[in-house]
Write a protein that binds this ligand. Structure first.
Ligand code: UDP
Ligand code: MG
Length: 143
């Protein structure tokens, strides 16, 4: 099992002022932030990032949402990071997310759901490299 995952504080959560609280949850859960930036995603970057969902009926709306206003991708490190971070954020649909999870606390609905998390070690590596060059990943830093 790997020790890295890619998180995004999505546009709705940034715009609604939840950035600081979400970062607090992440740090308090024991993740190290290895890279972080605020960006306004281009259409082609968002389409590439969500390539695996391109046949889904929600793909167009998902790309609109992710390109609407800035978001904050982060590379996170912790033992068993993918699973641990998905536990911290809760189910895709906040109505089904466990109490105390980031999505339960800050997501509006299944679309505007505040945060992204990788779903496998393989996708985590791909998603981290979508946003960060090797040089941007900090090796000797811990928050
Ligand atoms: N999504 C949506 N409608 C759906 C399912 C997903 O708008 O019925 C959006 C939502 O923002 C979700 C993203 O598409 O986070 C990617 O979906 P996925 O199934 O990969 O969920 P996640 O891995 O983010 O929990
Ligand atoms: Mg997913």
């Amino acid at each position: 099992m790997g020790n890295k995952t890619l998180a995004i504080i999505k546009p709705d959560a940034v715009a609604n002022g939840h950035t600081g609280k979400i970062i607090d949850h992440i740090i308090n859960a024991g993740f190290k932030i290895k890279a972080m930036k605020m960006i306004h995603l281009t259409r082609s970057s968002a389409e590439g990032f969500y390539e695996i969902h391109k046949e889904r009926q929600f793909f167009g709306e998902l790309v609109e949402y992710m390109t609407s206003t800035p978001c904050i991708p982060m590379a996170l490190e912790k033992e068993n990071a993918v699973e641990e971070y998905r536990k911290l954020i809760g189910a895709t649909d906040p109505a089904k997310a466990a109490e105390g999870t980031i999505r339960k606390l800050y997501a509006k609905n299944i679309q505007f759901n505040a945060v992204h998390g990788s779903d496998s070690d393989e996708n985590a590596a791909k998603e981290i490299s979508h946003f960060f060059s090797r040089d941007e990943l900090l090796n000797n830093y811990s928050n």
